[in-house]
Write a protein that binds this ligand. Structure first.
Ligand SMILES: Nc1ncnc2c1ncn2[C@@H]1O[C@H](COP(=O)(O)OP(=O)(O)OP(=O)(O)O)[C@@H](O)[C@H]1O
Ligand SMILES: [Mg+2]
Length: 272
């Protein structure tokens, strides 16, 4: 087992209030498997991954266990977690623009991240990245290295973020709604890239989405969250075909109605 999360609880507190944001989240990710996390906005998807990866600040209290390659991530010191983050667990974030420091060129960004994790020279880092760029259909790496983040499209930045994640050869990629900020064509490219990663490497993926049809293409297992609690968890096809919880049934039904309405609209338009 690559990742085993048990009874993950997250509370947020200030000097007056305490709010429980995640309650007893328990799941596993096997090697070379994809876990899909489904849930409406605010259900706790990003928080779950942030807690596992040590990205929450001191106002959050995190309890439970998150065994990653048999080490409990939640008990590790900051420095140890920082080493695991990026190198062994890579994250592809919801909004590509915020993942890049606007003051660095893409080349500067790549060199800094890769030199830190792979202990190589800047030149080696950039040469290696040029090869990974080919895999995600990014041509002319030298031109891209010289650009600042705001000079590139969301789709390109997303592919650069995927390239950085790939080049570090992590055991786990956490993709937090990686397609929300980009157009439909780039979405398809990102999804097929993630599918390729699964076919060509041992990497496991946690894919966060509120889009069930996306998850049905990628995920082996699906966990559904609602208001910080796990309401459904099992093999993807079982969850989609025969959901047990009312909430999942509601999500699937809503999606079905939306597709029906869309098809109806398109057919009628076609006729007239
Ligand atoms: N920094 C924070 N301080 C206080 N509460 C927070 C903070 N970040 C998240 N929360 C709360 O935790 C809950 C879960 O948030 P989370 O970001 O995990 O949702 P999500 O499922 O990822 O939603 P989305 O699909 O919109 O990204 C929400 O109720 C949110 O208000
Ligand atoms: Mg989120």
């Amino acid at each position: 087992m690559l990742l085993e999360v048990k009874d993950l609880n997250v509370c947020w507190r200030d000097h007056k209030n305490e709010i429980q944001l995640l309650k007893d989240i328990t799941f596993e990710v096997e090697r070379n498997q994809c876990l899909g996390i489904l849930g409406e906005s605010g259900s706790g998807k990003s928080l779950t991954c942030g807690a596992i990866n040590g990205l929450l600040d001191e106002s959050f209290q995190v309890t439970g266990n998150a065994f990653f390659e048999n080490q409990d991530l939640l008990t590790l010191k900051k420095e140890q977690r920082r080493k695991i983050r990026g190198k062994k667990i890579a994250m592809i974030l919801q909004s590509p623009m915020t993942a890049f420091n606007p003051l660095f060129t893409i080349g500067g960004h790549i060199a800094e991240t890769m030199c830190m994790h792979l202990q190589c020279s800047c030149k080696e880092a950039l040469d290696q990245m040029a090869q990974v760029f080919q895999r995600v259909n990014l041509s002319n790496p030298k031109m891209i290295y010289a650009k600042y983040p705001h000079e590139l499209s969301g789709g390109m930045l997303q592919r650069i973020m995927i390239s950085i994640a790939l080049s570090l050869q992590p055991s786990l990629i956490i993709a937090d709604e990686p397609t929300t900020a980009i157009d439909y064509v780039s979405q398809k490219e990102v999804i097929s890239e993630l599918q390729m990663i699964r076919e060509q490497s041992e990497t496991s993926i946690i894919f966060i989405s509120h889009d069930l049809s996306l998850l049905s293409h990628l995920a082996d297992q699906i966990m559904v969250l609602n208001q910080g609690q796990m309401v459904e968890y099992g093999p993807a096809q079982d969850v989609i075909r025969s959901p047990k919880s009312e909430h999942t049934q509601h999500l699937i039904q809503t999606r079905r109605l939306l597709v029906q309405r869309f098809n109806h609209y398109m057919t009628n338009q076609h006729v007239s």
